[in-house]
Write a protein that binds this ligand. Sequence first.
Ligand code: NAP
Ligand code: ZN
Length: 352
Amino acid sequence: MYKSKAYAAPSRTAPLAISTVPRREPTERDVQLEILFCGICHSDLHAVRDEWNEFMPTVYPIVPGHEIVGRVSDVGSAVTKFKPGDLVGVGCMVDADLICNECKAEYEQFCPNRILTYNSPDEHLGGVTYGGYAESIVVDEHFVLRVPSNLDLPGVAPLLCAGITTYSPIRHWGVTKGKKVGVVGLGGLGHMGVKISHALGAHVAVFTTSPDKKEDALRLGADEVIMSRNTAEMEKHTGTFDFILDTVSAQHNINSYLALLARDGNVTLVGAPPQPLNVAAFSLIGGRHSLSGSSIGSIRETQEMLDFCGEHNITADVEVIPIQKINEAYDRLAKSDVKYRFSIDMASLRDE
Ligand code: NAP
Ligand code: ZN
């Protein structure tokens, strides 16, 4: 066991501050990486503020961070895929049982024994896992991803959650040329959903509550931008969408999006508001509409997504910050004021 510097939140209301966390010495299947950049996901904010208490209560202190990109510093004797010096990524999962039906089908994200990167039981050291707002991390090689060499690293980090969480349902629901696709909310996930759907050739509409994001939405690859609080503008699109990806982090009216679906269209929720959403039966019945959800993506899909982003030169649009600005960044994220993901430069932690 060794100690790694990290930023932790000691309670639901306290700011994040410098701390240290225990990390295991790499076992034979482990990869140790020096963390270079870590994205800030809205899930980090939900978790730090214990907003998902009903589903996964937060254990304090918490070290968030599951959009990790780093350089391999050490590998165990049985590791075959990586060597010291490689650029790699780690996302939301660091372990799973790898023997259940979900794992056998390569859906580790649905494994009942999946271990998340933070706030999950740590079977090696006891306590809970600690995430990527840290100098280093040690992860089983199965959960470590190859990073394409042509991509800019601060913008790669967010691919490990925002990228895969949008890529997985976009592929599952057959987004391609000729489809009309909506993305609700232009934040970290939303802007990745726009870039990926655009790269797949779909017609992309962004639904936003922020009029000042319109120009950016078009630059990011949207074909049109719809102000979701303008009922007349929304109603013009009734019955026309094949697929709508909902990335909103807070309470909102899902029925107004279900009404925009064409026959057999689907709305997929990836946003995870803490409170239940109201769904009217008639929003679904009319056009045989469906409403579903999606959780991150498998390791195989995450590698596929990274390779796809490498081929299409896709990264997140990031505001790079030193870790000392983390609390300010959280306040801005809570107000949807980020263009479009914060990425922490972890060199700032090493200097502290
Ligand atoms: P984010 O950067 O804060 O983006 C969320 C966007 O939602 C905002 O930029 C805003 O877009 C819109 N929004 C916020 N509050 C709203 C409100 N009250 N009404 C309508 N629109 C609102 O967050 P993120 O990191 O993309 O994460 C989004 C959600 O996905 C979070 O709940 C997060 O926990 C969840 N998540 C789920 C998974 C999964 O596996 N399913 C993975 C990662 C994250 P506009 O300004 O354009 O309106
Ligand atoms: Zn996330």
